[in-house]
Design a protein around this ligand. Structure first.
Ligand code: FES
Length: 681
């Protein structure tokens, strides 16, 4: 190509895109023509400040270019105005104002890119690529002309096409919300023919503001049976501006999911009451997060939801009765986009809401969120992702196949059905260590950083006391008692241990272990009973059996990595979970907590529109396994009642922990135990 003296070369970093342009071309235009990712709301008018760039000077042998300060036009009055009003970092220019006057290297900082990466806290997961479903466009619209009569909308659409040249947006098929039409003429005149519009998923014009409008917010919501959590995000930066949670107000209709379905079955109109309750709760939560971020609920343009199937149906106003019994049929299992108004949500009048798809009757949109967050479908190794709640949702697979099931663990892991159990809250014992010789415990409670044998502990818990034991504490105390030989392989609290310590004592026909007794008679004694051990055994056997069933279907004997999602999964110490046999054997450094992965999935779907299409695709391909109809589930369940397991070996765990020899309360001798293991193996 012959070089024209009237042209110059520009190279954009970090993309490396390069091209020659006529001298005087604004750098934003060069970037657009080269497909460089630079943000803009105002369309190059120097108002939005989204197009900021940094010029790099010097000799760039790699690019074959000498970039000098005089190769860009001088700082102009528009930049000066923006700088004085909003401020810019030193060295920054507005790409829409700076013109190309000679060869230049131009850096586009991450915060000026539309598709910027939103970094997540955990290093092992991919950053979220920002690609929001709602984008704002500022346009200047021609005034009506008696000689050329056209509608205001037609002129707005022409302006959008001319000023934005948006190739992906099919203006002809662009649909416009009726409410936009209702407010269009007023907005145009009020804004002196300058307006900003919001376009949803590049197809629907949903909102119009007079003049320049630069803020778009969305909210990602995770509806759990116990709590509802919301994350308010700035859709242009991906930043979480506020997070909050409330108790799910449906709790007054029933603690767990099945009791809520029963409520619907026994009370005509009960579903409507619960739908109203959850929507009112969400509206309260929206007010809370908006107040924290200093915005109005009417500024919320988009929302995403994840929920288990029953919560999902009740949110949408669908009677969940069918989910209460076999064959657990969902009403539908795709995602759905609605107006916020259809769900009575107090957001912008034309805000859109996307509800992620449910996978199966027991595996909800929350599991879809977990998949989006943890991406087992994009990995070569076999991942196991477990979200433990009243029902454990289990996902197993890799990029070839993904399987899902749920397993009825019951509420024991959450502290229910445990004599001293409670939810994870200040005062609950969450960590436990037991001296294997003296059987003396030490522990930590939520709300204090000190162990119970450390100086200052009593003072640190003076106001809250020790009120009970939460899920992670129960797992640890049972595992420690097992390691200390107090709990046998079949789960029996060994009466012989009473001779070793008075903490083991006869309690009716069985034995119990006294974990804590306060000098204050008002405080409860924290005792681990035989019934508590049984409740956890049943829960962990159900969890393991569900996992093992998926492994059978997948055809693997071991998994490469395990991620524990949900509140329980975040707090639990994986080593202790494995000692009890909740999970199959795996290298301990490959087992990690995924935090609130369902909520993160909702946030990904909020910030990246492609993720919505992706999860729809993945959910369609997930193989759903129904544990209730699988004979093998029962077999696996029985084997998994033993601690850690009747027959499955734990070689990886054994490398990290010395496991006691299998001992059973009655019947099988050690030799018998070995015979059973051989038979099963
Ligand atoms: Fe808005 Fe440059 S594009 S300031």
């Amino acid at each position: 190509m012959t070089e024209s003296p009237r042209e110059a070369l520009v190279v954009f970093t970090p993309s490396g895109r390069r091209g020659r342009f006529l001298l005087g071309t604004p750098l934003l235009s060069c970037a657009r023509q080269l497909g460089v990712d630079i943000d803009s709301v105002c369309g190059g008018r120097g108002i939005c400040g989204r197009c900021q760039i940094e010029l790099s000077f010097g000799e760039f042998a790699k690019h074959g270019i000498v970039s000098r300060p005089e190769h860009a036009s001088e700082w102009n009055a528009v930049e000066e105005r923006y700088q004085s009003r909003k401020g810019m970092k030193p060295g920054r220019r507005l790409a829409c104002q700076a013109q190309l006057l000679g060869d230049l290297v131009v850096d586009v900082p991450a915060d000026s890119q539309v598709h910027k990466q939103v970094v997540r806290k955990r290093a092992e997961v991919r950053a979220i690529e920002l690609d929001p479903p709602v984008r704002l466009y500022y346009v200047e619209v021609e005034e009506p002309d008696m000689h050329n009569p056209t509608g205001d909308l037609e002129r707005l659409l022409q302006a959008l096409e001319r000023q934005w040249g948006i190739k992906d947006l099919n203006i002809r098929d662009l649909t416009v919300d009726l409410r936009v039409l209702q407010g269009l003429q007023q907005a145009l005149r009020q804004g002196d023919w300058k307006v900003t519009v919001a376009i949803h998923r590049e197809q629907v014009l949903t909102t119009i503001w007079p003049g320049f409008h630069d803020t778009a917010y969305g909210v990602a919501i995770d509806i759990g049976s116990t709590t509802i959590a919301a994350h308010l995000c700035d859709l242009s930066t991906g930043e979480v501006l506020a997070s909050s949670g409330i108790m799910n107000p449906q709790i007054r209709f029933g603690e767990d999911l099945m009791s809520r379905v029963s409520y619907v079955m026994m009370n005509p109109g009960g579903d409507k009451e619960m739908t109203r309750a959850v929507r009112e709760g969400i509206n309260r939560l929206l007010q809370e997060v908006c107040a924290e971020a200093g915005i109005e609920t009417s500024d919320l343009l988009n929302a995403t939801f994840v929920a288990n199937p029953i919560m999902h149906h009740l949110l949408l106003g669908i009677d969940p009765t069918e989910l209460g019994g076999a064959p657990f049929a969902l009403t539908f299992n795709s995602g759905i986009t609605l107006w916020a108004e259809q769900l009575d949500l107090e957001m912008a009048p034309d805000a859109r809401v996307y509800v992620l798809p449910c996978i199966a009757g027991h595996v909800g949109a929350d599991a879809a969120g977990v998949i989006l967050s943890e991406q087992p479908h994009l990995r070569d190794e076999v991942s196991l992702v477990v979200d433990v709640g009243t029902n454990a949702e289990i996902i197993l697979g890799n990029r070839q196949r993904l399987l899902a099931c749920s397993s009825p663990t019951g509420p024991a892991f959450e502290g229910a059905q445990i004599s001293s159990g409670q939810r994870a809250a200040p005062g609950a014992i969450e960590r436990v260590r037991i001296d294997p010789h003296t059987l003396e415990p030490r522990f930590r409670v939520i709300g204090s950083d000190l162990w119970s044998d450390e100086e200052g502990f009593s003072e640190s818990i003076r106001r809250m006391g020790v009120t009970g034991i939460c899920g992670s504490g129960i797992i640890e105390v049972l595992a420690e008692l097992f390691l200390a030989g107090v709990i046998l392989s079949d789960g029996t609290i060994d009466g012989a241990a009473a001779a070793r310590s008075p903490r083991v004592f006869q309690d009716g026909r069985t034995f119990s272990y006294l974990l804590h007794e306060s000098a204050d008679p008002e405080e409860p004694r924290i005792v681990i009973t035989q019934a508590d051990v049984r409740a956890i055994q049943l829960a962990k056997a159900a969890l393991y059996a569900g996992i093992r069933l998926l492994m059978d279907h997948f055809g693997v004997e071991r998994v490469d990595r395990i991620q524990l999602a949900g509140a329980f999964g975040s707090h639990i110490d994986v080593k202790y979970a494995m000692i009890l046999g909740m999970l199959p054997d795996c290298a301990l450094d490959k087992v990690s907590s995924a935090g609130n992965a369902a909520g993160t999935g909702a946030r990904i779907a909020l910030l990246n529109q492609q993720a919505r299409d992706e999860i729809e695709r993945v959910v369609r391909s997930v193989e759903k396994i129904e544990t209730a109809v699988e004979v093998r589930f029962q077999e696996h369940f029985v084997e998994a009642m033993a601690i850690p397991h009747r027959s499955a070996p734990y070689p990886e765990l054994s490398r990290a922990v010395v496991l006691p020899k299998p001992r059973f309360a009655e019947g099988p001798s050690e030799g018998e135990g070995r015979r059973r293991r051989r038979r099963a193996g």
